[in-house]
Design a protein around this ligand. Structure first.
Ligand SMILES: [Zn+2]
Length: 255
């Protein structure tokens, strides 16, 4: 079992059909505020290995209470600590980190290596399978990175807007600049909204990445004032690769 859908995608690249992978946080649930129910905790315990992101608040309690082997796929990820708001910046405390590393190639590269290592330890009879699949996935990630980097040629340093800051790792990987205009799911005052629009105009933002399920409708109001491209993203989508490719395409296309 894994915490979220993008992890399920990555783990499924490493195993064959004799393994089944399930996500604990179901579609449409916000993992940043999620708490597992009793039956969900039982399901975690019944799983031989649990792959936590290592950065979501609910995982802390799960880690100390579950009987499953508990793996944190964030081990060794170069985490960001000042990009996600509302953290207490205790250096090195992973639960204060920007959690969204699963949307980036650099984050997934480390995640998949951690997953393969844990799989080899728990199911040694299949370690040759896991190692060869990891190698294949690694080279796939290399090609994906090359392809996306070339799409962005000449676009280094470009700024894009988001409501919730879910793309800090993507911005770091590709030398882009994420501007977060939202206020942790809350609506802004009329004055705040005017200021956000002025701020965004001054930065000449071309694309506004919007999460339909969580972001305020004020995002649309700001976008109307900016005339930027309004593009829906889902950072918790199973296929994190197509999400990433889609948003890089939008940045590459924006005039
Ligand atoms: Zn977030």
């Amino acid at each position: 079992m894994v915490s979220i859908e993008p992890q399920r995608y990555v783990l499924e690249q490493l195993v064959d059909s004799t393994y089944s992978v399930r996500s604990l946080v179901s579609h449409g649930t916000n993992p940043e505020t999620f708490e597992p129910s009793t039956s969900e905790r039982i399901a975690v315990d019944a799983s031989p290995v649990y792959f936590a992101t290592g950065v979501l608040p609910f995982e802390e309690k799960l880690k100390s209470s579950t009987s499953a082997i508990f793996v944190e796929t964030s081990d060794g990820v170069d985490l960001l600590f000042d990009t996600h708001g509302h953290n207490h910046s205790e250096e090195g405390h992973d639960h204060d980190a920007d959690p969204h590393y699963w949307s980036s190639i650099s984050g997934v590269r480390t995640m998949s290596a951690n997953m393969a290592k844990a799989l080899c330890e728990s199911f040694p009879e299949d370690s040759i399978l896991f190692r060869s699949r990891l190698e294949k996935y690694d080279s796939h990630l290399d090609s994906l990175e090359k392809a996306l980097t070339s799409k962005l040629a000449g676009r280094e340093g470009v700024s894009f807007a988001v409501w919730h800051p879910s793309l800090s790792y993507v911005a770091r990987d590709f030398g882009l600049n994420q501007i977060s205009l939202g206020l942790e799911g809350k609506d802004m005052s009329a004055k705040g909204l005017r200021e956000a629009i002025e701020n965004a105009k001054a930065r000449n933002l071309k694309v506004f990445f919007f999460q339909k399920e969580y972001d305020s409708r004020q995002a649309q109001t700001i976008n109307d004032a900016l005339g930027s491209v309004f593009y829906e993203i889902n950072p918790l989508d199973y296929n994190w690769e197509s999400q990433l490719t889609g948003l890089i395409d939008e940045i590459a296309r924006a005039q």
